[in-house]
Design a protein around this ligand. Sequence first.
Ligand SMILES: *[C@@H]1O[C@H](CO)[C@@H](O)[C@H](O)[C@H]1NC(C)=O
Ligand SMILES: *[C@@H]1O[C@H](CO)[C@@H](O)[C@H](O)[C@H]1NC(C)=O
Ligand SMILES: *[C@@H]1O[C@H](CO)[C@@H](O)[C@H](O)[C@H]1NC(C)=O
Ligand SMILES: *[C@@H]1O[C@H](CO)[C@@H](O)[C@H](O)[C@H]1NC(C)=O
Ligand SMILES: *[C@@H]1O[C@H](CO)[C@@H](O)[C@H](O)[C@H]1NC(C)=O
Length: 467
Amino acid sequence: MKLSTSATIWSLLLITETLSYPTDLFSQSEPSISSKLASENSKGYVKFPAQKRQINELSSDQESTFGSSKSNIKLARCDGDDDPDGYAGTYMRHDDSMYTVNFTIGSQNQPITVQVDTGSADFWIVDTNNSWCAETSQGKGVYNLKPGDDAKSHNCSIYGTFQPGDSETWVSHPEIFQVTYATNSASGRWGQDTVTLENGVVIEKVDFGLSDKTNMRHGMLGLGYITNDLYDNLPIIMKKQGLIHKNTYSLYLNEDYTTNRAAMLLFGGIDHSKYAGDLGLFPIASNHTGLDVFLNGISFSDGSLVTTIASGSARVLFDTGNGYTSMPKDILQPILDRIGAKTQPNGTFTAECSSLDGLDLTFDFMGFDLTIPVSGFVVLRYGESCKLGFTSTGESNSFSFGDSFLKNVYFVADLDDDEIALGLLDADATCEEDLEAIVGHVPSATPAPSYSAVYHAPYSLTLASGL
Ligand SMILES: *[C@@H]1O[C@H](CO)[C@@H](O)[C@H](O)[C@H]1NC(C)=O
Ligand SMILES: *[C@@H]1O[C@H](CO)[C@@H](O)[C@H](O)[C@H]1NC(C)=O
Ligand SMILES: *[C@@H]1O[C@H](CO)[C@@H](O)[C@H](O)[C@H]1NC(C)=O
Ligand SMILES: *[C@@H]1O[C@H](CO)[C@@H](O)[C@H](O)[C@H]1NC(C)=O
Ligand SMILES: *[C@@H]1O[C@H](CO)[C@@H](O)[C@H](O)[C@H]1NC(C)=O
């Protein structure tokens, strides 16, 4: 896959598994909502509990306890039919975070965990015969392996692999599967099989990549505009099969492990109980290459003084494949200065946790303001020291708002009408749901004041004078 557009430039700088944006057009046939939608799944949406795997509240000497029994992290989730009891231990990954979902594949229901990635489009899983899968214990540093490094180093049972020979419903496609991310890649073949979601929803004849050569420990559930000319991705297949009305989904990246709240990927619907205040509606800025909207300004508030940091019109990509909130160095630095953050030798930004109280960042998306407490960007705590989920994209004018931003908002993507809706997370949300299928435009979303504004390249934010 080509590394061609500007969206890839910053992605090369990030350690996260972020896909490049090839320029192929998204093509799709018009929806024909089958009778299945009315009969079998009259709600028109499909719930998909997501899980955040992360390290939290750990001292640095505990940081390397990935997968060990030392983990005392609980995962909050709402199980099945609103049963709030579903706590489960989570695996941890060294200095990184990602959102994963579980499902089973094939007639034998082989369990698979994949990363949810709005920054790429392909759905693929790891073949059991992947040459990187080791039967032996995972060693130190396996996360930094690159193609060409010592193979057979992954404990592939952590995320699961698929053995097509064991499935009676597996169909092998002739085409070669190939995907390249910032620092990783996967290749193999295309195929087709049944995917069963955790809540029992069965999606037949799902096309996906099956990789027998990948340095990644897990496959990806790409949710962006499709970029291969071969096969539809999961939401499009669900739409064509009448499980959902449109190629839409909502993300609720809950992080609060102390309450009964679940991170949720909701295909075809929206949960009105998870955001507070207005839901802003924005046109997707790019032409079917990424999930991005225009950002017109960033300001900082310490409770008494509001400082405009930058203004203009930049395209911000929303990418769950990026663990951080990434922006150009010249704009990030004055924000960090006001927060009182320190840059650690390894490039991470930290601050005293208690010093973050009362500090806010306001993002002006086409005239719709989202104010997020700086504490909402914390991704790790080492005692009193908080790691802030910001990264710099260097000199380039690139903005990618990943998990550390998205965990503060309710996010709805509508790839049929090329719109994104964003609202502030409801801090008091519970397992109670208020679900609605998305049939037309995102329900209850209000077009941003400058929804119809036309901006011209170069897209950028300019630092406010005096900063
Ligand atoms: C996915 O499966 C793994 C392994 O069984 C489990 O630990 C994890 O909690 C599951 N995740 C979700 C979101 O159910
Ligand atoms: C995995 O199995 C497939 C199907 O038998 C085969 O084509 C492929 O070469 C195998 N890959 C490896 C790495 O052994
Ligand atoms: C591989 O991971 C699985 C699931 O986490 C675990 O049960 C197993 O002990 C691991 N195997 C080795 C050899 O570490
Ligand atoms: C989007 O891209 C396609 C193909 O590159 C082009 O034909 C079309 O005019 C573009 N649309 C807009 C609105 O730029
Ligand atoms: C970066 O430095 C901080 C502060 O010294 C440390 O806590 C953290 O573990 C380091 N992270 C990495 C990835 O080395």
